[in-house]
Design a protein around this ligand. Structure first.
Ligand SMILES: C[S@@+](CC[C@H](N)C(=O)[O-])C[C@H]1O[C@@H](n2cnc3c(N)ncnc32)[C@H](O)[C@@H]1O
Length: 288
């Protein structure tokens, strides 16, 4: 097939092909602006994810799409939709549950004892559809039940507006919470009135504790006034190259107060990076 040709596939579905030239243009842009690695083997993945955007825009080839994307309007509007489909959003409630056990048993008691604060501040950076910040909210709520006078606030950020919308909505399929202990389900999830719907919603007491903001981690710069006791940035750095990881981690660490903790995903590390962090347990670091 010729470059930019569109076709009806054997399944009858519309498809457009991304040429090598177009792929290079898009992958360079995504890498430079968002730090997300887009090696040649991701070409088919990018093509199939962006086909959804072509369909939504009623376009039948990538040439028109790229022209629109790089226009002033595209750069303010389409780029957000493009990043919605490009980013990988896999997440879960109590994902890597060891972190939440560590919070409850070690990190939160440590914070109350040493941080001289009545408001515990947590940042979930790369929060996807909200399962991580809500798990944090459940953990913190359980903790403050036995620590009167202590409250918490969670900042949850992501680059994807679509994911943030889902997070704010806080409605999930019931099977997403199948593994959560019944006692927590009863306390923190509301069942849909229509039982056939098989949906649950997070209670407002937790929703009200979380502020959702769209933040591109690549645009972060170090701050002077650290205010967070805990920063979770899990399963996000894997998409970036090492220099970008360093830049993001430097900025995130600057937001952590001394003695605060940074939590990374199971396959992420700070090895070889010159950061003011010391390891506590695997994937958990303390700000020096
Ligand atoms: C795999 S999910 C991880 C979600 C959650 N932290 C967890 O561990 O379950 C990665 C998230 O990072 C977000 N992300 C990717 N690039 C980003 C960037 N440059 N700035 C902010 N968020 C980004 C994606 O939109 C996605 O929601």
């Amino acid at each position: 097939m010729e470059k930019n040709d569109s076709a009806i596939s054997s399944s009858g579905l519309y498809s457009a092909e991304l040429s090598q030239f177009e792929f290079n243009k898009l992958s360079n842009f995504i890498m430079t602006e968002y730090g997300i690695k887009m090696p040649p083997e991701k070409k088919i993945m990018l093509q199939s994810r962006l086909q959804k955007r072509l369909k939504a825009l009623n376009m039948n080839n990538f040439k028109d799409y790229i022209e629109y994307l790089f226009s002033p309007h595209g750069m303010s509007e389409e780029v957000i939709h493009m990043m919605d489909v490009v980013s990988t959003n896999k997440t879960d409630f109590f994902r890597e549950s060891i972190h939440f056990d560590f919070m409850l048993e070690t990190a939160l008691p440590h914070a109350v004892k040493n941080f001289n604060t009545r408001l515990i501040k947590v940042w979930s950076a790369g929060c996807s559809s909200g399962e991580e910040p809500y798990t944090l909210a459940i953990t913190l709520s359980e903790f403050i039940e036995n620590h009167h006078g202590i409250d918490y606030h969670i900042l949850a950020s992501d680059i994807s507006t679509k994911m943030l919308e889902t997070a704010v909505n806080a409605v999930y399929k019931e099977d997403r919470i199948a593994d959560i202990p019944l006692v927590l389900k009863k306390k923190y999830f509301l069942r849909s009135k229509d039982k056939n719907q098989k949906k649950v919603r997070i209670v407002s007491a937790l929703r009200n504790k979380i502020e959702y903001v769209r933040i591109n981690l690549l645009e972060l710069t170090p701050v002077r006034n650290a205010e967070y006791h805990f920063v979770f940035c899990r399963n996000v750095l894997i998409y970036f190259d090492r220099p970008t990881q360093f830049k993001i981690l430097s900025a995130l660490s600057s937001n952590l107060i001394k003695g605060g903790f940074l939590f990374l995903g199971h396959s992420e590390s700070i090895t070889g990076l010159d950061l003011p962090l010391r390891p506590i347990i695997p994937t958990v670091f303390s700000k020096i």
